[in-house]
Design a protein around this ligand. Structure first.
Ligand code: PPS
Length: 295
């Protein structure tokens, strides 16, 4: 068993009003002057919205469906996570030093904390959004297993913290809306987790078109198959099992947990659901965004 550094569950740190994992907040200084390269593609999401799924799909597209090449390293090395930092493992910026161009980059940062170069140089972005109810359930389990987060407390408390935008990365409501608005200024392909679940082939076609990498029907079918929840859950290069357990403890809750739309129904009480809907209606009033909470 690897030694467990005494670095577990540091309290979150607030930067420009946005709560963050303490270690990630320490990466922001160095990230500020981040230089983008021609051909960079940014994968942006609020946490627990299908990031890893999209990373795997994109790496498969970039490797023209070559399975062996996609096994070359864990997904967090193939697609560096910009603001990632944790004790005893390479940071996102360290990983980037060995990442060849054209690069796939991952972030959860809200626009206020995103390195300026991504906006100034209008880097192509693929954003995936997931309905808030499934996000908060997934996030609750993730807080329990990923010990870079503070203790989530009870489900009831966590739900309130989420609604108040006080979880790491702040308000879901703001995140999904501001990245939606960004479409007006730069190339952003805005996808929905529920659409990917409903018809992965249709959504992967959209992605291929956006990144201008057309592939054969046979390769497309292979990408759909290899990036299914079942296959990714069993794939050690996609399921985060290679991170030390003092960072992610899959025995508490696996990273690849359920991978469905509608699991929130197993967690929300009727009263919690009613209150959530009322608060949601206020926070999303006037938004063009419509989410499906079940399929
Ligand atoms: S993270 O830590 O924020 O980057 O997490 P993220 O990858 O965004 O989201 C994790 C949730 O996505 C589910 N997942 C998938 N669902 C369907 N199909 C595939 N292939 C897939 N891969 C990951 C994962 O199970 C997490 O959701 P929950 O609801 O917890 O199962």
């Amino acid at each position: 068993m690897e030694p467990i550094p005494d670095t577990s569950r540091p309290p979150q740190v607030v930067v420009n009003g946005i709560p963050l994992i303490k270690y990630f907040s320490e990466a922001l200084g160095e990230l500020e002057g981040f230089r983008v390269q021609p051909g960079d593609l940014l994968i942006s999401t609020y946490p627990k919205s299908g990031t890893t799924w999209l990373c795997e799909i994109l790496d498969m597209i970039y490797q023209s469906g070559d399975l062996e090449k996609c096994q070359r390293a864990p997904v967090y090395t193939r697609v560096p996570f910009l603001e990632f930092r944790a004790p005893g493992v390479p940071s996102g910026l360290e990983t980037l030093k060995d990442t060849p161009s054209p690069r796939l980059l991952k972030t959860h940062l809200p626009l206020a904390l995103l390195p300026k170069a991504f906006l100034d140089q209008k880097v192509k972005v693929i954003y995936v959004a997931r309905n808030a109810k499934d996000v908060v359930v997934s996030y609750y389990h993730f807080y329990q297993m990923a010990k870079v987060h503070p203790d989530p407390g009870t489900w009831e408390t966590f739900l309130e913290t989420f609604k108040a935008g006080q979880v790491c990365y702040g308000s879901w409501y703001r995140h999904v809306q501001e990245w939606w608005e960004l479409r007006k200024q730069q190339p952003v392909l805005y996808l929905f987790y529920e659409d990917l679940k409903e018809d992965p082939k249709r959504e992967i076609r959209k992605i291929m078109e956006f990144v201008e990498r057309p592939l054969s029907e046979e390769i497309l079918d292979r990408i759909v198959r290899e990036t299914s929840f079942k296959n990714m859950k069993e794939n050690p290069m996609a399921n985060f099992s290679s991170l030390p357990s003092y960072i992610m403890d899959h025995e508490v809750s696996p990273f690849m947990r359920k991978g469905i739309a509608g699991d929130w129904k197993n967690h929300f009480t009727v009263a919690q659901n009613e209150l959530f809907d009322a608060d949601y209606a206020e926070k999303m009033a006037g938004s063009e965004l419509h989410f499906r909470t079940e399929l």
